[in-house]
Design a protein around this ligand. Structure first.
Ligand SMILES: CC(C)(COP(=O)(O)OP(=O)(O)OC[C@H]1O[C@@H](n2cnc3c(N)ncnc32)[C@H](O)[C@@H]1OP(=O)(O)O)[C@@H](O)C(=O)NCCC(=O)NCCS
Length: 134
């Protein structure tokens, strides 16, 4: 796993996974320039998170469609959680669309629990808030 993935590579993977909602390279350039933001990934997937004090928030996670349902998402998430543990992070937060079955299955398998809901947050779906204590 590479922790120096380029903004361009992140954008290619993000657009492949999210389609028209994928983020542009400029967005990743801005985020990756911040000392609080971290990325981990490879050719098939990546995860981006931010850390503040002893808490982290997963901002996005994307697996290339040709590699989905083969354990890549789980592996990159586990690698990121290991990295966070090493950084003494105690709590990890994230937000996921309630209608995103794949992501919810991945987060549940990784030990995250639901701890809130933002009704209609994504327009076509509620947002579920999830948390994991490391
Ligand atoms: C969500 C996503 C990251 C999952 O990555 P993945 O590599 O396909 O997931 P994995 O193969 O590691 O599977 C992890 C678990 O989720 C389950 N899962 C994966 N895709 C699923 C689907 N479409 N429906 C139901 N469960 C699914 C797997 O079965 C597995 O659980 P199991 O081991 O108990 O069977 C990937 O589908 C993706 O990039 N989607 C588009 C972008 C996105 O939604 N990102 C998350 C935003 S919060």
């Amino acid at each position: 796993m590479d922790n120096k993935l380029s903004a361009e590579k992140c954008a290619v993977l993000h657009q492949a996974a999210f389609g028209a909602k994928g983020w542009q390279p400029d967005t990743f350039l801005t985020l990756l320039a911040k000392p609080t933001h971290f990325v981990l990934g490879d050719e098939a997937c990546f995860i981006l998170w931010q850390q503040v004090a002893d808490e982290a928030e997963i901002l996005t996670l994307a697996v290339c469609p040709t590699h989905q349902k083969q354990g890549w998402g789980y592996r990159v998430l586990c690698a990121a959680l290991k990295e966070m543990k090493r950084e003494k992070i105690k709590k990890v937060h994230l937000e996921v669309a309630a209608n995103n079955r794949a992501a919810r299955a991945l987060y549940k398998k990784s030990g995250f629990c639901e701890n809130g809901l933002r009704a209609g947050y994504y327009g076509d779906s509620d947002a579920l808030l999830m948390v994991l204590c490391l």
